[in-house]
Design a protein around this ligand. Structure first.
Ligand code: COA
Length: 190
């Protein structure tokens, strides 16, 4: 089944991501992330340019796999989770993901985020997927607001936040003392 799904480019079926609604656009297939995407996600994170501004167990293969399996299989509140991105023109190729998850895993704020393989940068794919995810967050899940915490030097990610209409609210340090630009978008501002 897993191989069949990969070969045909159909969305995976393993994990709670299979229950998330598709957020497809004319160019992109944006489907709930499942364990079918595990290896592609691990490979993406092993590119040091991709994880340059993101803390995580990227250099510990055992912990990295455990971390990712947990993130893919744990339950999220209704309508929240991770979506994998592919192009309609090449549905077998994993391009990255967008997420909408409780901040630090617990909330109450909900964080929106994005990560793409390097080959997919510079084509507007992250902003296109993030825009449709923000619409889902406000119109379907009815969230009052979403936030994004971004390393201040991560210009590409800050540009995505700004392109989808998020506003910079604080430029400070996070709980672990790391510099952090917090962006926010509110349903009432739309
Ligand atoms: C952050 C990240 C997702 C941004 O990706 P991106 O491709 O730069 O973002 P977008 O989808 O908004 O694409 C914008 C670029 O595509 C270009 N583009 C090309 N075709 C386009 C189109 N049809 N529509 C829109 N933009 C297009 C834009 O001009 C812009 O190029 P520029 O950066 O040279 O100005 C990517 O850098 C990444 O995955 N980084 C590593 C992970 C990471 O840091 N995640 C965020 C953690 S907070």
């Amino acid at each position: 089944m897993e191989n069949e799904a990969r070969a045909s480019g159909t969305p995976g079926t393993v994990g709670p991501g299979a229950a998330l609604p598709p957020l497809d656009t004319p160019r992109l297939l944006i489907r709930g992330r499942t364990l079918d995407d595990l290896e592609a996600c691990l490979a993406m994170d092993r590119d040091p340019e991709v994880t340059r501004y993101i803390k995580g167990p990227w250099n510990d293969p055992v912990e990295h796999r455990r971390f990712l399996e947990f993130r893919i299989t744990r339950p999220y509140p209704p309508g929240l989770g991770y979506w994998s991105i592919r192009e309609r023109a090449a549905p077998e190729v994993f391009l990255g993901w967008v997420m909408l998850i409780p901040d630090h895993g617990v909330g109450p704020e909900v964080e929106i985020g994005w990560r793409l393989v390097r080959a997919a940068w510079g084509r507007g794919i992250a902003s296109e997927a993030a825009r449709v995810l923000a619409t889902h967050a406000f119109d379907t899940v009815k969230l009052p607001r979403v936030i994004a915490d971004i390393h201040p030097e991560n210009k590409a990610s800050r540009a995505v936040a700004e392109r989808i209409g998020m506003r910079l609210v604080t430029l400070s340090r996070d709980d672990e003392g790391e510099a952090c630009a917090r962006y926010r978008s509110q349903r009432s501002d739309r």
